[in-house]
Design a protein around this ligand. Structure first.
Ligand SMILES: Cc1ncc(COP(=O)(O)O)c(C=O)c1O
Length: 350
């Protein structure tokens, strides 16, 4: 077998641990379940599974266009935003060209780069926060794609509209800037960017969002990219013919109308965040303020051992060792009962 070096160098993704009977607070899923409107749409389409999906995702793009007040040409759905990242690196990265991102961020950007034999540069965070000035310093003439997660996973921090706009002004139009807004619907900060407003000015801007988080549809796999029609038409060339399945398309379109579920999910998250902050404060633990549905917290002990001890107490979280951080975990904000169970288990192990 003749293998490719760029593929040999890929470390397979480690998903959050799922254990029967344990509460899973390891993958930033929605603890309230899935959008009821989406579930009804799934049931209503179960008699169509002998047919191929709509390859062009026409209804879903129409629904997205209506939701955002743009035209359908601005959207391209994918099998999760993970697939969108592959479209982007397939379309823009030639072997040895460079992707730029942050040191402690979502690992799929590195994976997408390596898949197409790209190289990756990393800029440091400060206090868990992207430093866009540091990212600018790392740009080279070979940098083709910059991935920025806002809010960031795993730290939950965000960069502001002003920071983003001054950053974009400094980046050449030949470098594509991807803002991964997987958790945007949770962000409540007044200065969180309205990135779509910037699409007309910055033709190299791509924004990705997902139905996996606030809409509770991680198992169906639907994400999408919003960008200028020329960029979308180009990315579309990299797509497999039926990349988003029928149930995912109909569920996603229905979920966009589920304002009530989104509101309840936001409220649950805000209340859970307040509760967990207070619990961490009582325990004297340092955490980063989050705009997402999870919290990065330093626990003052080895996170791999802590992970095991929490697992024994029926809770799974994400140890931060894969990011090179020995003494922190990331915990998804759950229901009030889940948060209490996690907090009690954490107290015990500390
Ligand atoms: C920052 C970020 N982007 C994207 C994703 C993946 O989203 P999807 O389920 O749409 O592939 C995640 C999932 O955890 C994430 O944390």
């Amino acid at each position: 077998m003749q293998t490719k070096e760029n593929i040999q160098n890929i470390a397979p993704y480690q998903p959050g641990v799922l254990k029967a009977g344990a509460i899973k607070l390891a993958s930033n899923e929605n603890p309230l379940g899935a959008s009821p409107l989406a579930l009804a749409a799934v049931k209503a389409n179960l008699d169509k599974l002998q047919l191929y999906p709509d390859g062009g995702c026409v209804r879903l793009k129409d629904a997205l266009a209506e939701y955002y007040g743009l035209t359908p040409e601005y959207f391209l759905p994918g099998n999760g935003s993970d697939e969108i990242f592959h479209f982007i690196t397939a379309a823009f990265i030639r072997p040895a060209e460079r992707v730029l991102t942050a040191e402690v961020t979502f690992s799929e950007y590195t994976f997408a780069a390596k898949l197409f034999a790209g190289a990756v540069d990393y800029a440091p965070l400060q206090d868990g926060k992207y430093q866009l000035a540091e990212i600018l310093k790392k740009i080279t003439p070979q940098t083709r794609v910059i991935f920025l997660a806002n809010p960031n996973n795993p730290t939950g921090t965000y960069f502001s509209a002003t920071e983003l706009e001054s950053f974009l002004k400094e980046v050449s139009g030949d470098t594509m800037v991807v803002i991964d807004e997987a958790y945007a619907e949770y962000a409540a900060a007044a200065d969180y960017p309205d990135s779509l407003r910037l699409l007309k000015t910055f033709k190299n801007l791509l924004v990705t969002r997902t139905f996996s988080k606030i809409y509770g549809l991680a198992g169906l796999r639907v994400g999408y990219v919003i960008a200028n029609p020329e960029v979308i038409a180009y990315l579309n060339k990299t797509r497999e013919p039926f990349n988003v399945n029928t149930l995912a398309q109909t569920a996603a379109a229905a979920a966009l109308n589920d304002g009530d579920f989104v509101r309840r999910s936001r409220e649950n998250n805000a209340a859970g965040k307040k509760y967990l902050y207070a619990e961490f404060d009582k325990l004297g633990l340092k955490y980063y303020p989050t705009e997402a549905n999870f919290i990065f917290v330093y626990i003052g002990q080895d996170c791999a051992a802590a992970f095991q001890k929490l697992l024994e107490r029926g809770v799974t979280v994400r140890p931060m060792r894969s990011f090179g951080i020995r003494d922190a975990i990331r915990v998804t904000i759950g229901t009030p009962e889940q948060n209490q169970k996690f907090s009690a288990a954490l107290k015990e192990i500390l």
